[in-house]
Ligand binder design. Sequence first.
Ligand SMILES: Nc1nc2c(c(=O)[nH]1)N[C@H]1C(S)=C(S)[C@@H](COP(=O)(O)OP(=O)(O)OC[C@H]3O[C@@H](n4cnc5c(=O)[nH]c(N)nc54)[C@H](O)[C@@H]3O)O[C@H]1N2
Ligand SMILES: Nc1nc2c(c(=O)[nH]1)N[C@H]1C(S)=C(S)[C@@H](COP(=O)(O)OP(=O)(O)OC[C@H]3O[C@@H](n4cnc5c(=O)[nH]c(N)nc54)[C@H](O)[C@@H]3O)O[C@H]1N2
Ligand code: SF4
Ligand SMILES: [Mo]
Length: 832
Amino acid sequence: MWRSWRISMVGPGSKTTACVLCECNCGINIELEGRRFAKIRGDKTHPASEGYTCEKALRLDLYQNGPHRITSPLKRTDNGDYVEIDWDTALDEIATKLSRIKSAYGGRSIFFYGGGGQGNHLGSANALALRGALESKYHSNALAQEKTGEIWVDGRLYGGHTKGDFDNAEVLVFIGKNPWQSHSFPRARPLLKQVAADPARSMIVVDPRVSETAAMADFHLQVAPGGDAWLIAAMVAVIVQEDLVDDAFVDTHTSGYGPVRDAFAAVDIAAFALTCGVAEDQIRAAARRIATAESVCVYEDLGIQQAPNSTLVSYLNKLLWILTGNFGKPGTMFLHSSFASLTGGGSGTNSVRRTPTRVDRAKKKAIGTGVTAAGRALAFTIPRLSRIGRLTAAVESVSSKALDVMVPFAAGLLASGVGAGGGERVSPVTGAKIIGGLVPCNSIADEVLTDHPDRFRAMWIDSSNPAHSIADSKRFRQAMRALELSVVIDVAFTETARQADYVLPAASQFEKPEATFFNFEFPKNVFHLRKPILDPLPGTLPEPEIYARLLRRLDVVDAAVLERLRSAAQGGRDTFATTFFASVAAEPRLGAIAPFLLYETLGQTLPPKLRGAAVLWGVSQMCALSNPEAVARSGYSGSGLTPGNKLFDSIIATDTGVVFTTDTWDDVWDYVKRPDRRFTIDIDSLLTRVRELGAAQSVWTTEEFPFVLAAGERRSFTANTIFRNPDWRRRDKNGNLRISREDAIALALSDGDSARVVTQSGAATVTIEVSDMMQAGNIALPNGFGLDCPTEDGTLKSAGVSPNELTSAGHKDDFAGTPWHKHVPARLEAIR
Ligand SMILES: Nc1nc2c(c(=O)[nH]1)N[C@H]1C(S)=C(S)[C@@H](COP(=O)(O)OP(=O)(O)OC[C@H]3O[C@@H](n4cnc5c(=O)[nH]c(N)nc54)[C@H](O)[C@@H]3O)O[C@H]1N2
Ligand SMILES: Nc1nc2c(c(=O)[nH]1)N[C@H]1C(S)=C(S)[C@@H](COP(=O)(O)OP(=O)(O)OC[C@H]3O[C@@H](n4cnc5c(=O)[nH]c(N)nc54)[C@H](O)[C@@H]3O)O[C@H]1N2
Ligand code: SF4
Ligand SMILES: [Mo]
């Protein structure tokens, strides 16, 4: 959450940027020696992180520099080797093949994967133009193997994304979340320590393991792995049955409580306690603590999102804080503004429209216009752009002709099918539910490895390593080799790159303007455009330039249009804005390639090193149009498109983070995308599950596979697959398999022993660590291991186990298709 700005002294020549290793993107200052990162410190002026970093950021030189960096486009030869080719040859060949595949099978056969890791989203923003030009319909990214169940529930309940005001909460609840290691909110460790030391505040942690966070908790509910549905349902049942519901909140702000009450009144709490392995009195005590606190906020993460009943548990978790009225006031949960939509549209609420807010009504009266088709389209793609009145007013004040305006991204996002028709979309081959516009990761290989006529024929992968990060790596590799074309853009020759037909070397995140769209704060929300601190490594290109070179080859726009926009851009932001919107209104097709147009025109007026940030002009405009008061309170006011222009210029001019929206707690209900601005809490399909829980399957292990393996735990020295060089780790260099003392004794295993872990889909040799963190029957391997890294002498080094050699794609939530990475039945064999 927001704290006041402080000015710090940084060394001369120190560069301001941010860490790219997790979604917090803490501000840092880097002192360079040549191209080497000689010293890294937290940036005290950063409005969110305020000088905080964890130990990982200090090693960023090993991301930036080293033999893992690729410096030439690579092409796969028939025997599976890779040869270096020049950029022109690579892009000529790729453009020809993409055009051929599009004309043979249609753009829908070209699948896009990626959309930014933990620090880089501008590449994917620019990729929207390529998707638009190719008329590609399907895409996905890592969110479709963690957050889509939650996104679906959020969509049904209120149509937005929630987060908690952890700084100010009396009670903090973490469900399958270990923020001490994984962070996910600013300054996580100092805050956890503060809460643990404060007798007036409490921490409740739901985790089968005594995680670092659980060890600090007042209530550690040490659930049996996969037992969360019974545990959280029992907690909700305590609140209902012991009359602890916040009736005033439920009456005023929700609809559908009746069926919810009935379902939980019928829960047999004692029986559920037995199933989930947590004592009934502990369940009751924790539920009472939540119900009687002034303020509570909750964070759920992979421990439940990648485990059995994940979508159901997301729903139950949300009922906990909704039924106790913990929303919309300091210390509780909130809905928030966003700078850009991460999922490419809505939250599974495509067909839902809000009634106008008081401001909408005022605006509408003032301008007296209706809703345009394009505006409706935007409403589906951009959160809160259902305030069409605003968009129309802003555009009208610029150009009276421009009623049918399309704003950048809208068409691109619509090309991906989000919001089209408002119905539920499914993938073309397996019919998997598409949530937030994303094809479930676990279904992707099946969309390729088939003779179905609508199968994916080509795959475009940017800033992601799916051959390592998606369940069942072996099958994903097969899928990539079955495609007619696969292209990977990365800084390194990754596991995914090793299966691609073409690999294009990207400039690193410190060699170009970059940003993430993980901006989830309230009441002040921060966006940080990081400026390049080094020139691109020779041979590499920033992604926006790669996309532009390819789109130029695909000949997607008349030279005259570009000329008109270029000369408008020379005339200043206002002239550009008017011309841009008028051009798109006259030729709506251009909306689909807007990021490319901005790069080619407005981009030329930016400082050359910031050209890749041109797309943010469109994002700034949309953000300002959809959150006018909150953007104005942040200092970007004026009429028409002026606030968006001001916001963009501020982002370009500022080295550290910029506050783009400033809300008050009264505004929080404006973010509820519901006709009645109430939460719709009776989700029938999930309440049915609650009613059936008593008799539902709760054990997935077998005699053959008696352990539950959590494949992919976050530890001090894991950072997805962003660091490839294993030398960055000071401890846990092999990524040990953690096992309880009890199980280790039974198997006669001790620290440092080797063992074989075997699952239905694979086997691996692991190093044993006997750990008091683990409960009997539960074993854990870290994420981010098993990466091949080239050394200076050309050989490869690697450490630990690649977790998805052990997972299988069919092992997933039947609702959202999210994987059960944390719940893989396994057995362990001693190696003697
Ligand atoms: N150090 C580090 N930090 C990271 C990352 C990283 O790679 N390394 N990655 C970032 C990313 S992409 C993400 S998504 C977040 C993820 O952040 P987290 O979700 O916090 O990370 P995990 O360690 O995967 O899982 C959290 C906890 O779930 C518990 N768990 C396992 N099985 C169950 C179960 O059945 N029920 C319950 N209730 N809990 C269970 C585990 O014991 C673990 O403590 O971390 C981010 N931060
Ligand atoms: N078994 C198991 N599997 C998991 C998980 C688990 O817990 N267990 N966790 C899942 C989760 S939550 C996530 S988020 C995913 C993460 O998996 P992925 O989405 O595949 O992401 P990363 O590992 O973060 O990979 C980022 C890639 O971006 C590249 N990169 C870095 N900088 C740049 C750049 O500037 N430009 C380009 N083009 N590329 C760059 C890196 O080299 C790397 O290859 O893994 C998932 N997979
Ligand atoms: S890894 Fe995350 S918490 Fe640690 S410094 Fe980087 S951004 Fe901050
Ligand atoms: Mo993630």
